[in-house]
Design a protein around this ligand. Structure first.
Ligand code: KIV
Length: 272
């Protein structure tokens, strides 16, 4: 179904709610550095997520837990310098908002002040209610994240689909309603059954952005390195690869190595 798209000079949290009302799907992608964010922004992606997946993708950690607030601020400020259209949402990293709501607010303020990002994202529902309330109370837009929340990976034990059982699905629906009531401007739902995600999206007025949550939600998010095929060892069912950059970049770089070894590079025209 094609839907008329409104032009946005700068996407805001208000624009996202408007997109949901107008049934325009929302596109969201990660970026962690200036060069990638330039490309993502000029391709008209609505929301750039400076995700704590930088911990995996940029730093090579096994989980998102090790990344620090300072490192997130560094990534986010690089993205902010690149993007002129997208709304920029920054993950508050593990350990910077869970202990108490005052610490959560301090972390959110540091992100907003030091990176220039436009909003923050936190993982969880009922258990982080006070933190969400306090951050929103200070005028900082908050996006929620439910379902598979990677900061809790050691509680789950695996990266398999969440909320397949009735009790967890019920809790997730209640958490989504709570986040809406607290004033969140949107929610990411990660790796849950499509039917449940659709039900949640239809039950609340704020946009629901899915990753591995089917097509019945208000928008989609992917990790840009996965979409481009740079992370070739990660193959979940929900991932659509649009390129195989791992192979293409590898072959370009090996051509460079050959050209250096064979003295073909630099040529007469490539020197002063
Ligand atoms: O950090 C991240 O990239 C995310 C997405 C998977 C939604 O939170």
């Amino acid at each position: 179904m094609s839907v008329a798209k409104k032009e946005y000079k700068r996407v805001t949290v208000k624009s996202l709610v408007e997109m949901k009302q107008n049934k325009e799907k929302i596109s969201m992608l990660t970026a962690y550095d200036y060069s990638m964010a330039k490309i993502v922004d000029s391709a008209n992606v609505d929301v750039i997520l400076v995700g704590d997946s930088a911990s995996n993708v940029m730093a090579g950690h096994e989980t998102t837990l090790p990344i620090t607030l300072d490192q997130m601020i560094y990534h986010a400020s690089s993205v902010v310098r690149a993007a002129s259209r997208a709304l920029i949402v920054v993950d508050i990293p593990f350990g910077s908002y869970q202990s108490d709501s005052k610490e959560a607010l301090r972390s959110a303020i540091r992100i907003m002040k030091e990176s220039g990002g436009h909003a923050v994202k936190v993982e969880g529902g009922e258990e982080i209610k006070e933190s969400v309330q306090r951050i929103i109370g200070a005028g900082i837009p908050v996006m929620g994240h439910l379902g598979l929340t990677p900061q809790s990976i050691y509680k789950f034990g695996t990266y398999t689909v969440r909320a397949k059982e009735e009790a967890e699905a019920k809790q997730l629906k209640a958490d989504a309603k709570l986040l809406e009531k607290l004033g969140c401007f949107g929610i990411v739902l990660e790796k849950i059954p499509a039917k449940l995600a659709k039900e949640v999206a239809e039950s609340i007025s704020i946009p629901v952005i899915g990753i591995g949550a089917g097509n019945g939600v208000d928008g989609q998010v992917l990790v840009v390195h996965d979409l481009l095929g740079m992370t070739h060892e990660f193959n979940p069912r929900f991932l659509r690869r649009y390129m195989n950059l791992y192979e293409e970049m590898g072959s370009a770089i090996s051509n460079y190595v050959d050209d250096v070894k064979s003295r073909d590079f630099p040529s007469e025209e490539e020197q002063y």
